[in-house]
Every structure is written in C-alpha cells, then in structure tokens.
Ligand binder design. Sequence first.
Ligand SMILES: [Zn+2]
Length: 306
Amino acid sequence: MLRRTATEVQVGTDPRWAVRLTDLTPSQADLLPDLSAVDPPLTDLLTQAHLTQDAEVPVPGCPAAVDARIWSLLRPSADGDVVVDARTQRVVAVLGLGPTGLGIAVGLAAAGVGTVLLDDEHPVRPVDVGPTGYRWTDIGSARAAVAARLLRDVAPQVSTDAVRSPDVVVLVETDVADPHRAPVLVSVGTPHLSVVVREADTVVGPLVVPGQGPCLRCLDLHRTAADPGWPTLLDQLRGGATADEPAVTAVVASGLGTAAVLGHLDGAVGWPPGSVLEVAAPDAIPRQRTWAVHPDCGCTALPAAP
Ligand SMILES: [Zn+2]
C-alpha cells in the first residue's frame, strides 16, 4: 500500500492490477494498512480486485508460491494455488544439458514441476561452468547426474525418474534442430520446445504443439525455399560437437525456455504458434520472429494435441 495524498492510497504497482482508492477520509487512509479496521465497502473493493489474501495463507515459501500469487491476480477466475499445484503432476523431459538445458531443468524444478527427466551423458566441461548451475567441482562428471543433484538442491521433492511419457519435451541441440528427432514427437502428439544453441546465439522456440502451428520441419522447408543449399548445410551441421555457450545467452535463453514450458503447462495464452526468440551474444536482447506453417509439410492435418 502506497500513500499518494492524505486522502488517496494506491494498492500494488503493476498496471495490470494496481488500484487507486480515492476520496478517502484521512482516518480511512491511515487505517487502510490494517484491513480489519476498515469499513467493509473498502475491503470489498480490494477483494474484488483480488488484492486481498486470507490471513491464514502462509507467506510464500518457495518460488512457485510467487507464481501462484501472480496467477490469482492475472486470472481472477482461477485460484493461483490450483494452477501451480497442478505442476506437481507434470512430467517434462529436457534432452541436452549444456548450460541452457540445465538452466531450463532447474527453472522447471524450482517452479514446482513434479518430474523432470534428464538426458545428457556428456561430461561437464570447464566452459559449462557458470550462472545456470555447473560448478568447478562438477567438471568431468556426467551432466545428467550433476543436473539431478542440482535439481534436488533447489526442489527436494522433484523426481527425475521416468514414470510415464512426458507432457512436454525440451530439445536442446547444437547448431541446428535434428530433422529426424522432432517428427517422432509430432506423430505421437507430444508438445516440444526447440532450443538451438548456434555459433553465437541461441534460438528459443518454437514451442510446437502438434496440429496447432508450424513444426520444425515447416521451418526447414521455409529455409530451403529461401536457400536451396540449406539441406546440404543442415546435413553437415547436425550432430555437431557440444556447443560452447556464452554465459549471458545461456541465462536469458534458459529463462525464456522455462517460461515457455510453464506457460504451456499452466494453460496460459503463452507463446504464439511459430514464435521464436533469438538471443545473441553479447547484448542478449531477445529478438522475436514468427514462422508460418509450410503448405507442403502437412503437419497441421494431424489431430490437434490436447
Ligand atoms: Zn510442419
């Protein structure tokens, strides 16, 4: 609560939900921080704006509790706790655990995703050490094993054991998206987020929800239309060595990737179909571009994923 004048109080600062209470008497304005002492019309107004909380609700004790509070403010018809609690039943697989993949896995675990499956047996290298999690003492150990430990450090309840097929797969790849991987996910209807770490930038997206927008094959068909040499380059680039990622792009890309997956799991409007964000070193300012479905691909003829 912020006092604007003797008779005006502002509640909240985010323009999406903040309200100003005007024409108060000075004594009402004085009493407002203690809602139990204020007239019902005023407290009703704040309740309608979803700016009040039951006294017995504990102070947020984990990152997911902060998300729950924001969901309650953004979507008045939904209980933020219910939205965030549903994450505990979700399974997300992260394939490729360089700094960006690790950052996404840690972000999902910290946000309350119940099961995060990890896949990458490459050893942690000195260049992987940095802000998304790997430490000097991890060098030489298998990335997946180190990542599992780091996930439990931020989210002791997280499971990294396969219980069922994942709700979302995050494919973190080097230089290009392997054209043979994603079509399998499209055919079984599994939503997947593509993350490609390139020479000096990282491309986050698209989040492919089969049947609802362009798939990764659509992107390659567009690239081939623009450059007939693309398939030859793609062949040489795929399966490349483990990428060396600038720390700043890894931090930004992992935050964006985490948000894309959580938005999908939470049922948010989220990223538009075909939307990608390119994060280049050194400025790391995300640049958005949008890809369309390619008419020759046929992927949208598939039944839409739930
Ligand atoms: Zn397609």
